[in-house]
Design a protein around this ligand. Structure first.
Ligand code: SF4
Length: 284
């Protein structure tokens, strides 16, 4: 469903969207980099409000969250669109394309969350939650106002501006944030983004809710001892108890590098454990 977007301003005959650090300046009739925000009639619209492509009751460990409500099942939902263009995306069919979806009003999603058996809340995942911000925000707020015990989880690339993040955080219990690399070059060349805003998101979110971090170790791109050490050091400066998921990469979408070496995964775990109390290997 098309709905007027939040976090934009008119700049002469163009629109400046400041939802994410891309800060797109969008001409009339054009879309932002995420492909889901469109400038029409001097307003900015999001085209994926309430448009659900995937919905599933998942174990919370699958988000992945290892140290938040262990053993819980959580209703996980996603739409389409992303503000990154990672060549190794696991969900490229919904992140990089306008996928087939079904409109679900927020009240209907609320009812499903509250009536699903053994469900602890809702996780916004599969595609990038900040890219369907308005729906995520509306649903999170409505759920918390209706049942403060239900939990809201966000699984994100962390590429969101400070103001929308701070507005959403009061309704969020836990986040898994990707820290894909500690290199600006990696973020620029492989993801089409930048590193610093992601670091800022982790710092800000960790003050407000439970945060776990995931790093996909991609063969030939970020699978070095130095990079794992930098990531672990950065997190330990915030809190040594932030769990770090080191995830094994497999060839996917546009990237054909070989799968991450298992020996390196084990070495990376040892290095990260010098700085952090909770390090988990994933996809192995
Ligand atoms: S949310 Fe989309 S339109 Fe807005 S700044 Fe980010 S990429 Fe650009």
């Amino acid at each position: 469903m098309k709905r007027e977007a939040m976090f934009y301003e008119r700049v002469k005959d163009k629109i400046h969207c400041f939802l994410c650090p891309h800060n797109c300046i969008i001409e009339k009739g054009h879309k932002g980099k995420c492909n889901v925000r469109t400038h029409e009639n001097e307003k900015l619209y999001t085209i994926n409000y309430g448009e659900i492509t995937s919905i599933c009751l998942d174990p919370i460990e699958k988000k992945p969250l290892r140290y938040f409500k262990p053993g819980g099942q959580i209703l996980s939902v996603g739409s389409f669109g992303c503000n990154f263009v990672c060549g190794f995306c696991q969900n490229y069919s919904i992140s990089q394309y306008i996928a087939q979806s079904e409109f679900v009003p927020k009240e209907n999603l609320l009812e499903t969350i509250l009536t699903a058996k053994d469900n602890i809340g809702v996780a916004f995942t599969y595609n990038e939650p900040s890219i369907w911000y308005e729906y995520v925000y509306d649903c999170a707020k409505l759920l918390k106002e209706t049942d403060p015990n239900a939990v809201v989880v966000i699984v994100t690339n962390g590429y969101i501006s400070e103001e929308p993040l701070k507005q959403l955080l009061p309704y969020v219990d836990a986040m898994n944030i990707d820290l894909k690399s500690f290199s600006s070059k990696y973020y620029k060349e492989l993801c089409g983004g930048s590193l610093k805003p992601v670091l800022k998101t982790i710092e800000t979110a960790a003050k407000s809710c439970h945060v776990e971090v995931t790093t996909l170790l991609v063969t030939g791109e970020n699978d070095t001892v130095e990079e794992v050490e930098e990531i672990a050091k950065f997190l330990s400066n915030i809190d040594r108890d932030i769990p770090l998921h080191l995830s094994r990469y497999f060839p996917r979408y546009k990237l054909e590098n070989s799968s991450t070496d298992i020996g390196f995964m084990i070495r990376a775990e040892d290095i990260a454990k010098k700085y952090l109390n909770k390090v988990i290997l994933g996809n192995i």
